[in-house]
Design a binder for this molecule. Sequence first.
Ligand code: 4NP
Length: 157
Amino acid sequence: MVKVLFVCLGNICRSPMAEGIFNDIILKKKLQKVMKCDSAGTEGYHVGEWPDKRMQQTAYKHQIHLGHTARQIVKEDIAKFDFILAMDKANLADILTLSYPNESAGKIMLIRDFDPVSGDGNVPDPYYGGIDGFEEVYQMLERCNHALINCLIKDSL
Ligand code: 4NP
């Protein structure tokens, strides 16, 4: 079983959407027995909350189920998961401070490392913007997740 953890700042916008899209793809591809995922935030501001209403609205539009309530990443997650995928470079730096170099080698990455469309490596934080930013995050995470899952099928199974 390959275990993937998606990480953003608050765990109410980007990483719950990444989790929802990943679950949707693996359900459709019948991969539930070979891979699974979870999500977490580097900060604990929203622990226990459902995803942001605007992200729920975007998920509903694309028939993505968001069943996650926010939690903060803990040190133990680094060992527990095979791949830890940060939404942006600040999240990546924060995750690295939690881990020992030998345990993090090769498993902590940016989700946009898998993006077939080139960019700056970040999934932009939509929290302080309008609804369009949430749709942009969905589109980005949808294509990144397809590429990620294809990669996991090829390399890890
Ligand atoms: P997320 O978005 O990291 O994609 O969940 C944010 C959610 C909340 C805050 C910032 C970003 N906040 O500052 O409360």
